[in-house]
Design a protein around this ligand. Sequence first.
Ligand SMILES: Cc1cc2nc3c(=O)[nH]c(=O)nc-3n(C[C@H](O)[C@H](O)[C@H](O)COP(=O)(O)OP(=O)(O)OC[C@H]3O[C@@H](n4cnc5c(N)ncnc54)[C@H](O)[C@@H]3O)c2cc1C
Length: 458
Amino acid sequence: MAEAAHRGGALIGKTVAMGAAASSTPRVLIIGGGFGGVFAARRLAKAPVQVTILDRNTSNLFQPLLYQCATGILSEGQITLPLRSLVRRYRNCTVLQGEAVALNAETKVVSARRPDGSTYELAYDYLIVAAGMRQSYFGNDRFAEFAPGMKTLDDALEIRRRIYGAFEMAESLPTPAERKDWLTFAVVGAGPTGVELAGQIRELALKTIAKEFTHIDPTEARVLLFDGVDAPLQVFGEALSARAVRDLEGLGVELHMGVLVVDVDARGLTAKSRSDGRHERFAARTVLWTAGVEAVPFVKVVAEALGVSQDRAGRIAVEEDLTVPGHPDVWVLGDIMALNGLPGVAEVALQGGLHAGGQIRRLVEGRAKPEERFRYRDLGSAAYISRFKAVVHVGRFKLSGFLAWLIWGFVHLAFLASHRHRASTVTSWMFNLARGHRTERAYPEALEGRRSSVPESP
Ligand SMILES: Cc1cc2nc3c(=O)[nH]c(=O)nc-3n(C[C@H](O)[C@H](O)[C@H](O)COP(=O)(O)OP(=O)(O)OC[C@H]3O[C@@H](n4cnc5c(N)ncnc54)[C@H](O)[C@@H]3O)c2cc1C
């Protein structure tokens, strides 16, 4: 506690409040230890401020490789870094675990809930909100029970459990007819995450576990990919999207484009054609959802407390300097900010964090230009399709195939949290590429609070 008071100083409590109040050092509270929050803290590391990162989790998560954790290539430790370890060299920064649940913009206090349900309060002079998005089921939240999303480490482990667990179920069922639905995997959403996941399921069936079973042939596993748009990876443009179609079909992924998934249950899903309105039922014991995102609930709390509105996905529109209109002491950044149509990608969050941190530093050092504009440098985007196949879009350049796959690999390695992460990830990738190995196939029997579709009898 004394350490928290010394380094962060924002915690309000019997012991610490005096220390915090007595200190004249400005307090910066960062909500969310994702890309945006961590890069803001990094930019503030040498500033004369006390920084507190508040996160409901204890680790920074590298979401772009979540699907590799879900499909057994990478471990949880390879795609996460404890926030405490990450900021240990920032002498003015402390980390607190808790979920932000309330904001009083007048008294400048945020309330946070500990994992045991109790609450505590944090005071700030400057507030950075970088709380990210969660999966959206477009108003059909009941689908979540049957079709996990892909946003958190829990999601990845749940997906791993469902994928490998489905093969195990099929292996012990007596007839091919009974096995068929367990060997059918439906992925909803044909953006980068859905494409990556669909490709990986086919790959692991064709390579990793192809010869491990006695009663089933894993290579017969069907992977169905659904989306309301006309083609996968549409954001990458027509040419790369067409390439993705070829590569996915070559891998054996069955594309169901131009359909809306209107119902999901434990035994499959129903899709509605956008052209003729026809409904079609698909039996699949594993349904995975990557179709949409919406702001986490705390963003609504922030919008209400600050008197601003949210867009359809729950984002808050910010000024050109990333502050909230009328609140020059509050920055909203990363996936939850709406500014000039910028996409919800890591680079936007990371650069936004650096910008907000830099702006606060200049403010407290008395050298800020008023309302300094955020200038985003677009470094492009990439999506993995399958072994040696990816698509990359950088400015006017569009690449696909092996070269794109190499670029994809280098970019992802560059963004990993440490040399240790890079070295171990390269090793795992090499084993996977050479022999199809996936060493991270263990999963908890059932994650707390989730309905299990695996142990159920058919
Ligand atoms: C599966 C997947 C693949 C992706 N692939 C790519 C890719 O290839 N390239 C790319 O550029 N981008 C990719 N992205 C997007 C990228 O990961 C995000 O744009 C980026 O993580 C956004 O950063 P952020 O800081 O805004 O939010 P996040 O990184 O989501 O961090 C938000 C943090 O806030 C915390 N939090 C949430 N609510 C609260 C609360 N109430 N109180 C306290 N803490 C809270 C969360 O625990 C989390 O740590 C991918 C995303 C996903 C899900």
